[in-house]
Design a protein around this ligand. Structure first.
Ligand code: KG4
Ligand code: ZN
Length: 364
């Protein structure tokens, strides 16, 4: 089934996203966020997010169809995030998708949000790094994945390095965080530094004005007893831990305050970011090298981080690994990634999900 026209719907958190792809070509990516309504609470409030999805869904759908210049009638299939995420928020997108599928008679695909975060890397790319119609052939052309494919997933809830043999079922976990996810660490440290919510973009921006070398924060699970050697791997060779780093940042702030000194917030942000990015990229590249992975899809909200993109890119290049980095707007939650994965499933000959599935907020 070549180049299916797929409409993707995303509503797992605070972003209402509708995207449209044709095979591996991106047509539109329309996103409406309710983040402004959550900022004063310091976190996403599920009830507010669900209500915002209800308000935003139809306008977002209409705008996406309009921009792509297609009608609902012309769509070949509908794909929707069915988990993981906030239960009430997921329910809005899933109900909308089911209603559309029933009304139009189109096949419906239930999509794992996390797989979509890395699957978005299979869309066609322009030479300038953008993703748009007319770009170079996608990695996942015709639903066939390259051999030796890996994925580095860095989001608010996950930090994982994976080997991907098939986007549907054959995914092997090589390493993951044993406590906080990278995005969670950013958000918690931003709270300590009083930078507001969400923390990732704030730290990313402030870190540019700081000196990353002024303070050395710990790189979790990097000691020889955890790493071992290639021949005799330690218990956490490819795993991460960020909770100790968060504690180290809190202690550092306390020490400045105890001495009555001004807290060098930009320096701390830069040093924290360097510690996170250094250990994520070092362990991801090591896992790829030792497992014969030659192509890596970078995905998840933290993939928007400028320093992570830079350092992981440099280290992959040195190691002879091709790193596939999505454009910024496809790193944070969106409907295009859901459509992109739906198209991959169709091109791989996989049948639809039907309309009887339920959203699963804790989907693995
Ligand atoms: O993937 P995502 O949108 O939601 C989940 O599926 O979890 O990721 C959200 C996370 C948040 O923790 C946010 O702080 C982080 O991604 N994030 C960033 C940046 N932009 C978003 N972290 C570091 N640097 C950024 N530029
Ligand atoms: Zn996400």
């Amino acid at each position: 089934y070549k180049d299916p026209l797929v409409l993707g719907i995303e509503s797992s958190c605070d972003e209402t996203g509708v995207g449209i792809v044709r095979g591996t070509t991106l047509l539109t990516n329309t996103v409406s966020s309710s983040m402004d309504e959550h900022v004063r609470f310091g976190g996403v409030i599920p009830e507010i997010a669900s209500r915002a999805h209800l308000d935003a869904f139809v306008p977002t759908l209409q705008e996406s169809l309009h921009e792509a210049g297609v009608t609902l009638d012309e769509i070949d299939a509908i794909a929707v995030t069915s988990g993981p995420g906030l239960a009430g928020a997921l329910m809005v997108g899933v109900c909308a998708a089911k209603a559309l599928a029933v009304a139009t008679g189109k096949p419906l695909y239930a999509i794992n949000h996390l797989v979509a975060h890395v699957g978005v890397g299979l869309l066609d790319r322009n030479p300038d790094g953008g993703t748009a119609a007319g770009g170079a052939a996608g990695l996942g052309e015709g639903g066939r994945l390259p051999d030796n494919l890996g994925a580095l997933l860095v989001s608010g809830g996950h930090t994982e390095i994976l080997r991907i043999r098939s986007i549907t079922d054959d995914v092997e976990l090589l390493g993951s965080t044993i406590d906080d996810a990278a995005g969670e660490a950013y958000d918690k440290v931003a709270r300590i530094l009083e930078l507001g919510y969400p923390g990732g973009p704030a730290i990313d921006k402030l870190a540019r004005q700081g000196n990353a070398k002024s303070i050395r924060f710990p790189r979790g699970l990097s000691q020889p007893k955890y790493m071992g050697t290639a021949e005799e791997p330690g218990p956490h060779r490819y795993d991460w831990s960020f909770s100790g780093l968060k504690t180290a940042v809190a202690r550092c702030v306390e020490q400045f305050e105890a001495r009555g000194e001004e807290v060098p917030v930009a320096d701390i942000a830069a040093a924290f970011q360097e510690a996170v990015v250094d250990v994520i990229s070092a362990k991801a590249v090591l896992a790829c090298k030792e497992n014969g992975i030659t192509d890596v899809l970078l995905g998840g909200g933290v993939a928007a981080n400028s320093r992570l993109r830079e350092l992981t890119g440099q280290r992959c290049t040195s190691a002879g690994i091709r790193l596939h980095v999505p454009p910024l707007e496809l790193c944070t939650d969106n409907g295009a990634m859901v459509a992109a994965l739906g198209a991959q499933l169709i091109m791989a000959g996989i049948g639809p999900s039907g309309v009887a599935f339920a959203p699963d907020s804790s989907m693995p």
